[in-house]
Design a protein around this ligand. Sequence first.
Ligand SMILES: Cc1cc2nc3c(=O)[nH]c(=O)nc-3n(C[C@H](O)[C@H](O)[C@H](O)COP(=O)(O)OP(=O)(O)OC[C@H]3O[C@@H](n4cnc5c(N)ncnc54)[C@H](O)[C@@H]3O)c2cc1C
Length: 424
Amino acid sequence: MKNYDAIVIGGGPAGSTAASVLAMHGRNVVLLEKEKFPRYHIGESLLPFGFFTMERIGMLAKMKGSQFVKKFSVQFITTDGRSSVPFYFHTHLRHEAAQTWQVLRSELDQMLLDNAREKGATVIEEITVRDAIREGSAIKGVKAVDKNGEAHEFHAPVTIDASGRDAFFITRNGWKIRDPYLNKIAVWTYYKGAKRDPGIDEGATTVAYVPEKGWFWYIPLAGDVVSVGVVAEKDYLMRRTKDLKEIFYQEVDENVWIKEHLAIGEQFGPFRITGEYSYRSRHCAADGLILAGDAFAFLDPVFSSGVMLALRSGELAADAAHAALSDGDFSAERFTAYGAEFCKRIESMRRLVYAFYDHKFSFRDFIRKYPQLAGSVTDCLIGNWLVDFDPMYEAMREFAGNIPEPLQHGKPFIAESAAVQMEG
Ligand SMILES: Cc1cc2nc3c(=O)[nH]c(=O)nc-3n(C[C@H](O)[C@H](O)[C@H](O)COP(=O)(O)OP(=O)(O)OC[C@H]3O[C@@H](n4cnc5c(N)ncnc54)[C@H](O)[C@@H]3O)c2cc1C
């Protein structure tokens, strides 16, 4: 049995960031990760505003010294191969953050985990959290099992769940609420020697449409490797076959640009698949508990928002935990502002994701009609999510009828009022 100020479950970007920030606050924090790093993970394209969290936790020099491909823009390609004008981040953001990276997640996550260690966090790999330790309504620690099957208990007044899409607490508490519309699957693989656009566009993320509410990502990585995958609804992708390779090539035939870019490359490694239901937890926190990153919410990855949300929420959750430790108050209510800020960021992006999947919407037509709103679109695409996007989404409704209202859930679980509601 070990006592800490704080426990972090999971060593992805959210967890490692949270552990780094808590350690930098001088807190005695332990991070528990079930895998041995480096381990494979999807989620390779970063957003410019991730820069500021990286800067705070001392990761910038490491990123600049890495082999990661520099990313300056994102572009959108129609099914017949026509491209939007690329959204170059530096035309809107006059800051070095405008250049971001395409990463190998095994390497990035190892760097972030090592960084947490360097900052003073205790990091334990190959240990799986299996249970929570509760006292009344409060989370007071976790029970975990190491690779030898040995059981351990970790005690702390505050726990940050950053367990990714395993979503430890969401799953145990039945808190997962799926987005009714964003229910896709992804099939992807890797290529060596595929075509890269020249100059500044070499590291661009390309999002290329397929006809039925779907899209390809094309992400150039270091070592002349390209990550390429297709995302669409399951019934559409599996309409002819369930074989992943056949599904992949059936869709490559649906986009001229993708087909041409892959033609000179060589596919390697497995074809992979994952479900991609977007979801958000009913609650962002409880007494002694904060959820961060995908362990709180997952949003369709079309605009590469996941790692940025994970970094920022890890940072915010750690600050909230530090303040709770300072005040000796770990009640769920005090994490209200944390949840509200996280949800606001997600909503900024979620509305754009809905517009993207509307058949009538195209970036090209939207910007042609509203050139003055190109800056707002870029703000959203770079992760500057706290600005006011209402005027942009008002204008977008002309092109996309399905732009949603904000979801109401994601507030802390207040044990007393929940009990009263249940009695009522
Ligand atoms: C197809 C697809 C494409 C994507 N593309 C992009 C992209 O281009 N750009 C982008 O920014 N995002 C992308 N994402 C999203 C991105 O992968 C995630 O949002 C991001 O990894 C979330 O980070 P995290 O730290 O919350 O979780 P994770 O990175 O998943 O880390 C969670 C960690 O917790 C550990 N863990 C889980 N359960 C336990 C347990 N019980 N005990 C101990 N440890 C545990 C796991 O082993 C894991 O290491 C994509 C996602 C998908 C599905």
